[in-house]
Design a protein around this ligand. Structure first.
Ligand code: ADP
Ligand code: MG
Length: 620
């Protein structure tokens, strides 16, 4: 592995790299930067999202342009406004120490005259969407006749979005001897054709599928009836209290609807799609980046390339029609060395499509179960307990202590804890105790035998992600420790500080015996039976016992009409200092008032056409 210095970058850029905290070049950077620095050549680079393509073309371009000149020398075309802004910001950060550098982003939906003014001040590099770029050229607001370097970023996506003609027109107005660098995640025929028609003997580099970011992602699917999709989504969110996710839908309409429903149900969600105005999309993205929105519901186009770190889950609410899209979606998580989960909610008729995806990602999907009500209550309770445990005391409270203590004079610590937790727990419990099983039996006879024979034991174990596990590692660990076979430990769900897993009942005694006296990292590991799933639809009894109705599962507690209200009451308040009452009022206020306004000047042929509606407030 080489260093950035060895790739031939100059000191000013190396300073920028140090400021950014980049330590080693990524694979595509390692391959592309020396070529682009040392040769005047065209280049085709194939690499997945999240592999660091911006820097791969950005650093060479920055090193090669003349910042003392005010002529536009570099042009970067990219499919969406979000990407334009993102690339422009990255370029500015990379070139922070280059005095006089001026990078300008131009895209539809913002004032064209403002952008023209910025260009006029002397932009050495322009980052543009094809639609707006063409507009500016035809109005003679930009001069790209002296371009030396042009980049087609996310070329496959630009072509998908119908920008082919615009790109052709734009490039025809640039010098023949410029260099063109094309970056793409895939190489469909149209991209190959562009390369052939517009490039001269391009060098080619391909970055292997198995880059670090994608191998950190585990792929899971959940089999439900199509009508239960939304309920399943909510449960997945509830079962992961610290979720920070992108939820993908197929259409703008579904995207908007799912986001609205989530907001109404008390989740911190927001929609991102092309029917929103530019301004609204900016607001949503900002809220997402600052974690005010924890579930970003998005279309593929709107979310393409968006680079937000620490996304814990990608949820495929619906699969896209094009299977290739899946890799872009799952690439939103597991970035920067973190692990991530890509979940797919499918109905039986869609299950076959997973096979095709598996061939592309070269990985297997694991069938997982939508957690049942008690499991969610348990997760929420433990999450709350951990949060309280880790909360720093706010001494502003001290002055009220006397009064509070007076109130609880006769309450024991034990009782106090129970009461305290009941405040949260009861709301969840009330909602979920009647919730039905959403899982549909899979076609896999192996699994089905297991779950419907009633022969499985489910365990709670007090190790989790905090101990360095994910479900795969934990599964391996358990199998190894217990000396069990390949498929003997299953349905492993790894949470923050604890996890669940199943074995056949026949192993139960062995499992419990093993963990009576077992230490991991110096801590006693506690394993308890949490619930057996006698058959699908059977409600487990929680470890908390508590005489719940055995027939609970037959009642459709998830029904939309009543369910939603219950759910509202039952919603968690992670980040619990929020003001739930206010939030709900805001949501209600905004939810029905949608105005339209037209979007002058945005000719991008993306889904970003007309705009409407004010952004919906998400909770803060
Ligand atoms: P792509 O265009 O391939 O999807 P980006 O260029 O957007 O990927 O890069 C993804 C993220 O990785 C960005 O946040 C970027 O700042 C970061 N990044 C890029 N190169 C490096 C590197 N060598 N070391 C650490 N982080 C990097
Ligand atoms: Mg990119």
């Amino acid at each position: 592995m080489s260093t950035f210095q060895e790739l031939g970058l100059n000191d000013l850029l190396l300073q920028g790299i140090t400021d950014l905290g980049f330590e080693t070049p990524s694979e595509v950077q390692e391959k592309a930067i020396p070529i682009l620095l040392n040769e005047e050549t065209d280049l085709v680079a194939l690499a997945q999202t999240g592999t660091g393509k911006t820097a791969a073309f950005g650093f060479p371009m920055l090193q090669k342009i003349d910042v003392d000149s005010r002529t536009t020398q570099g042009l970067i075309l990219s499919p969406t406004r979000e990407l334009c802004l993102q690339i422009a910001n990255e370029m500015k950060a990379y070139g922070k120490h280059l005095k006089g550098l001026n990078v300008v982003a131009i895209y539809g939906g913002s004032s064209i005259t403002d952008q023209a003014r910025e260009v006029k001040r002397g932009a050495q590099i322009i980052v543009a969407t094809p639609g707006r770029m063409k507009d500016m050229i035809s109005r003679r607001l930009v001069d790209i006749t002296k371009i030396q370097y042009s980049v087609l970023d996310e070329a496959d996506e630009m072509l998908n979005m119908g920008f082919k003609e615009d790109i052709t027109d734009i490039l025809s107005g640039t010098p023949d001897d410029k260099n063109t660098w094309l970056f793409s995640a895939t190489m469909p025929k149209e991209v190959a054709r562009i390369a052939k028609n517009f490039m001269v003997e391009p060098q080619e580099i391909t970055v292997g599928h198995k880059n670090e970011s994608t191998s950190n992602v585990s792929h899971e699917y959940y089999l439900v009836n199509a009508r239960d999709r939304y309920q399943a989504l909510k449960r997945l969110a509830d079962a992961n209290p610290d979720i920070f996710s992108v939820v993908f839908c197929r259409t703008k309409r579904d995207t908007q609807k799912v986001a609205e429903n989530l907001i109404e149900d008390g989740y911190s969600a927001g929609a991102l799609h092309g029917d929103l105005s530019q301004n609204q999309r900016d607001i949503v993205m900002k809220q997402f980046r600052t974690r005010q929105i924890r579930m970003l519901v998005a279309t593929d186009v709107a979310a393409r390339g968006i680079d937000v770190d620490d996304v814990t889950h990608v949820i495929n609410y619906q699969l896209s029609d094009e299977i290739e899209t899946y890799t872009h979606r799952s690439g939103r998580t597991g970035r920067a060395g973190k692990t991530g989960v890509s979940m797919v909610i499918v109905s039986k008729s869609e299950v076959r499509r997973l096979k095709s995806i598996e061939r592309i990602i070269n990985k297997k999907f694991e069938l997982k179960e939508i957690p049942n009500g008690m499991e969610i209550c348990e997760v929420q309770l433990m999450s709350l307990a951990n949060k309280i445990h880790n909360t720093e005391i706010n001494h502003e409270i001290d002055k009220y202590l006397e009064e509070i203590n007076g109130l609880f004079e006769d309450t024991s610590k034990d009782e106090l804890i129970k009461k305290f937790f009941s405040v949260e727990f009861t709301r969840f419990f009330n909602y979920y105790q009647k919730a039905k099983d959403l899982n549909v039996a899979a076609g896999d006879p192996n699994r089905e035998g297991r779950t419907s024979s009633g022969n499985a034991a489910r365990y709670f174990i007090n190790v989790g992600e905090k101990d360095g596990f994910d479900w795969m590692k934990l599964k391996d660990f358990l199998k190894e420790q217990l000396g069990l076979g390949r498929d003997d430990v299953f349905k492993v769900d790894c949470k923050d500080t604890f996890s669940f897993f199943n074995t056949e009942k026949e192993h139960q005694e062995k499992v419990l015996a093993f963990f009576t006296d077992f230490k991991y990292n110096g801590r006693f590991v506690n394993v308890e039976i949490t619930e057996d799933k006698p058959n699908r639809g059977g409600r487990g009894r929680g470890r908390s016992g508590g005489g719940r109705r055995r027939d609970g599962d037959k009642r459709r507690g998830d029904r939309r009409s009543s369910g939603r209200n219950n759910e509202r009451r039952g919603r968690r308040s992670e980040g619990s200092n929020d003001n739930r009452g206010d939030r709900r009022r805001n949501n209600d206020d905004n939810s029905k008032s949608r105005s339209r306004r037209s979007d002058g000047g945005d000719r991008d042929k993306s889904e970003f056409k007309t705009t409407h509606s004010r952004p919906r407030r998400s909770r803060r």
